[in-house]
Design a protein around this ligand. Structure first.
Ligand code: ADP
Ligand code: MG
Ligand code: ZN
Length: 487
């Protein structure tokens, strides 16, 4: 039976996190909060006689993305009119870039269980977003409502080459892209808010065949899950079609999330349906080399550089590195901790962070940014555990209390008398009294029930109200038991 290879290319639209729109001074607002049509002006409403002006900050953010994606950046790129009518596009055209995009020929390194590989970026260009339509039924009539708050919001469209072959590749690429854009402050990447949207192009060919198969394009994929489901579904359909000896037809599909099916939207439009031509109202976009090198100098550390540094400098395990790198606030908190306590092993900082601290944050619905705990007080607590002032379990209690009250570890330990007892004289006495209190259990131990030793250990720790140094208790208890055995 013939085996098939899938080829997948993604077109990703991201709204850039500028304060104002792409070609006018209207504010970019959060549509989940702002009332419809409150951030609009004659330019973004498409009134005749108005003129667009390029938002320099949008270009700067696009350049940052282009640099992070290792693209060639065009010194001169051209805005183009893409003509089509749609009720949420009052101008009758969208300003985009066509023949001369801002950036081309980039790549992203992705990681899957199969290893590492590059996915090439075909191009990245600037354009403006459209408005938003909402369809409602009122008094048994259908209505479509137009909100133009989103019309003219700066978009970067990032088009990959068809270098992905599995949904794992797609997941790794799209997540890495979002991480990258977030880390360089280009976009929030919030898919629930539609800030990042995907279109997937999928085709199949017999294994070993060089020529790519006919693709279908699936539009409006608004979550990673939806995209992955839609691609898996399409791969199934195409494989069955090819196995029947039929041809796949090039077309544009939508994705019905609740039915888990793609549906036909229209047969594939061609570029010439849009009658692209250079935008007469805008000059060419000139990006000189000095500007690019200025932006390059100010670039924050990229995820891959961070991963490598955490591995080389701190010898952290991969899984922990990923968790630190996946959120910029987590990475910043971790690095501040390392700086605050250079004598602590970074590994133990990470352990406390990812287990106890994050568990508290999750159960309390808090976030790293609004804690009553700063990196230096957090590491002070860890240091007290490592130096044996308090034991591990007391450390967990102290941490919870620090998070509740904002008090320092020293204050809490002092006030509550939580210092660990490591004094061997005191511990010897406690153990003797426990062995006297439980003669039967002791006899069981002496008769060969080894596990009684653990139980006795528990009794001693209880008597010490958890404050005894467990290592010291273990050692002295064993010594006393050994003596009894010899008697
Ligand atoms: P359009 O703008 O009409 O959608 P593009 O040429 O810009 O067309 O390609 C869009 C996307 O389709 C790119 O991400 C590209 O990698 C992908 N693509 C092109 N050909 C194929 C194919 N045969 N199989 C899968 N993806 C493809
Ligand atoms: Mg397309
Ligand atoms: Zn406007």
């Amino acid at each position: 039976m013939t085996k098939y290879t899938s080829d997948i290319g993604l077109e990703v639209h991201v709204e850039l996190s500028t304060r104002s729109k792409m070609f006018c001074s209207c504010a970019v607002v959060d549509n989940t909060i702002s009332a419809p049509n409150t951030a609009v002006c004659p330019v973004c409403c498409g009134m005749p006689g108005t003129l667009p002006v390029i938002n320099r900050n949008a270009v700067e953010l696009a350049l940052r993305a282009a640099i992070a994606l290792e693209c060639d950046i065009a010194e001169t790129s051209i805005f183009a009119r893409k003509n089509y009518f749609y009720p949420d596009l009052p101008k009758g055209y969208q300003i985009s870039q066509y023949e001369y995009p801002l950036a081309q020929n980039g790549r992203i390194l992705i990681r899957t269980d199969e290893g590492e590989k590059y996915v090439r970026i075909h191009r990245a260009h600037l354009e403006e977003d459209t408005g938003k339509l909402t369809h409602v039924v009122q008094d048994e009539n259908n209505h479509s409502l137009v909100d133009l708050n989103r019309a003219g919001v700066p978009l970067l469209e990032i088009v990959s080459e068809p270098d992905m072959h599995t949904v794992e590749d797609v997941a790794a690429y799209s997540r890495e892209l979002r991480l990258l854009l977030r880390m360089i402050g280009v976009s929030s990447g919030d898919m629930e808010k539609g800030v990042m949207r995907f279109e997937a192009n999928v085709s199949m060919r017999p294994e070993g065949c060089e020529e790519l198969g006919t693709r279908v394009e699936i539009k409006n994929l608004n979550s990673f899950k939806a995209m992955e489901n839609a691609i898996i579904y399409q791969m199934g359909i195409q494989k069955a079609t090819l196995e029947r000896g039929e041809k796949v037809h090039q077309q544009t599909l939508g994705w019905n999330e609740s039915e888990g099916k793609t549906f036909s939207q229209r047969s594939k439009e061609n570029a010439n349906d849009y009658r692209y031509f250079p935008e007469p109202d805008l000059p060419p976009l000139i990006v000189d080399k000095d500007w690019v090198s200025e932006i390059m100098k100010a670039m924050p550390e990229l995820p891959n550089a961070k991963r490598a540094r955490y591995e080389n400098d701190y010898a952290l395990q991969q899984e922990h590195i990923e968790r630190l790198v996946e959120d910029i606030h987590t990475a910043i908190f971790f690095e501040s901790c390392v700086q605050a306590a250079p004598s602590l092993a970074p590994k133990s900082i990470v352990n406390w962070m990812l287990t106890d601290l994050f568990a508290w944050i999750n159960t309390n619905g808090a976030s790293l940014g609004d804690l009553k705990l700063d990196p230096s007080s957090f590491t002070n607590m860890i240091r007290m555990v490592e130096e044996g002032v308090i034991n591990q379990n007391t450390g967990k209690e102290v941490l919870a209390e620090m998070l509740e009250s904002g008090d320092s570890a020293e204050l809490i330990v002092g006030k509550k008398g939580l210092q660990q007892v490591s004094d061997s004289g005191l511990i010897n006495k406690m153990i003797s009294s426990i062995l006297e209190k439980y003669p039967d259990e002791l006899q069981d131990y002496l008769n060969g029930k080894d596990q009684i030793a653990n139980w006795l250990f528990g009794q001693v720790m209880r008597k010490a109200k958890g404050k005894a140094n467990p290592q010291v208790v273990k050692k002295i208890l064993q010594e006393q038991l050994d003596l009894k055995t010899q008697e």
